[in-house]
Design a protein around this ligand. Structure first.
Ligand SMILES: Nc1ncnc2c1ncn2[C@@H]1O[C@H](COP(=O)(O)OP(=O)(O)OP(=O)(O)O)[C@@H](O)[C@H]1O
Ligand SMILES: [Mg+2]
Length: 379
């Protein structure tokens, strides 16, 4: 990942350097040249080597030439904006997959999903100057099951490894210890394409892509799903999640968003991503702090939309949250301890239970988080 980030950062730097070195001087040159032509022509008229009637077309032509030069500078800037993205894209397309799939990889169908974590543990390689210095354990001894249709909340302090669990479920990497079983099959033996087709992911940090609102909402859908989904269905889901941009949607679903379009706040981008994940109708939903950047009113609206849609589609889900108000309706609560508080071989799960009041009574970590939020579990 580090390498990809470096490529992206270099891309941004390259854009700005090219802009500063190329486009700004050219725009200045265009402005200065018309001024110089104007001054020279004025001087000629003053010295009576040119008539005033000649001055007018000369100034008009100089103005037109300057306008064309500015237009060229603008086009050059647009090309410069695109070049690093194209380079990054070429780099990304050339990346080798870290995973090899066996010829007998299990193809998942559209049935409900059961996930089992079996003594799951994970270490990250810590690197300095490109050298791996030491593997650092971030997850240890996680064993629990998410049954079909069940919504499981994963709670824990910052750095406990919650987002790492979401990465392992999506198989961005393989666990260094234990396994994840999907409907009884090890995730490593499952066709990655068929797995990712049926999962939806709402990340901790939301970003929209350059393009139309519709492109962003449908990016996770297969060509088949895109062909059948109607604009009415998209708009219905948007209104359920209170994704409403009012008069800013000048071209409806075809309004451009992102850098060259409508600018979105973090909360708005997050609601678009939630909507996109729901439109995919996944069988398993991974929600990582999905409502963290929304205000209280929008958070409640989005949460109730997610709840309704999860129930409706019989989707299993893992919901990662700091805010306890967002996970009240879950079926199972898994509380994680910070990894550095564990003795060797100890499981990271502090408490697991289906009754929120029991979790409140038995988990000191949950208790502390609830206290910080001012949440009371009184009957
Ligand atoms: N790619 C990585 N390489 C090395 N260490 C990492 C990497 N990603 C995460 N970590 C480390 O792993 C630990 C767990 O990170 P993770 O993001 O899973 O925590 P989290 O529980 O989601 O935290 P938060 O609640 O703040 O989002 C942290 O100490 C983090 O620094
Ligand atoms: Mg996280």
């Amino acid at each position: 990942m580090d390498q990809e980030h470096a490529v992206a950062l270099n891309g941004n730097r390259e854009v700005w350097l090219t802009y500063i070195r190329g486009t700004i001087p050219r725009s200045l040159l265009a402005g200065c040249s018309v001024t110089l032509v104007g001054l020279y022509a004025g001087w000629c008229v003053w010295n009576k080597t040119m008539t005033v009637s000649n001055l007018i077309p000369i100034l008009t032509w100089a103005g037109m030439a300057s306008q064309q030069m500015r237009f060229l500078a603008r086009t050059e800037r647009e090309i410069n904006w695109c070049t690093p993205s194209l380079k990054s894209l070429r780099h990304a397309l050339g990346l080798q997959s870290q995973f090899t799939e066996t010829a007998q990889a299990e193809e998942l169908d559209d049935a409900c999903v059961e996930i089992e974590f079996k003594d799951l543990g994970h270490c990250y390689d810590h690197k300095r100057n490109g050298q791996t210095i030491s593997p650092v354990t971030v997850l240890s001894g996680l064993s629990f099951k998410i049954k079909p249709g069940q919504k499981v909340a994963c709670i824990g302090p910052s750095g406990a490894g919650k987002s790492t669990i979401t990465r392992l479920i999506q198989r961005y990497m393989d666990p260094t210890k234990g396994s994840i079983l999907i409907n009884g099959h090890d995730l490593r033996d499952i066709s990655l394409r068929s797995w990712r087709r049926i999962i939806g992911y709402i990340p901790q940090q939301s970003k929209v892509f350059e393009g139309t609102l519709r492109d962003n909402l449908l990016y996770g859908l297969s060509a088949q799903q895109r062909a059948v989904i109607s604009d009415e269905e998209i708009l219905r889901t948007m209104s359920l999640l209170r994704v409403d941009f009012g008069s800013r949607l000048t071209h409806g679903l075809y309004t451009r968003v992102g850098r060259n379009g409508m600018k979105l706040s973090g909360g708005e981008a997050q609601r678009i991503m939630i909507c996109a994940a729901i439109l995919k109708r996944p069988k398993f939903m991974i929600i990582d702090e999905a409502t963290s950047s929304l205000d209280a009113e929008n958070q409640a609206a989005v949460q109730s939309g997610i709840d309704q849609l999860l129930t409706h589609h019989e989707t299993s889900a893992i919901i990662i949250a700091h805010r306890l108000s967002t996970i009240k309706r879950c079926d199972l609560f898994v509380v994680l301890k910070p990894i550095d508080s564990l003795s060797p071989g100890e499981s990271q799960i502090e408490y697991i239970g289906s009754n929120l009041e029991d979790v409140f009574k038995n988990s000191p970590i949950f208790n502390r988080l609830a206290e910080l939020e001012g949440v009371r579990m009184s009957a």
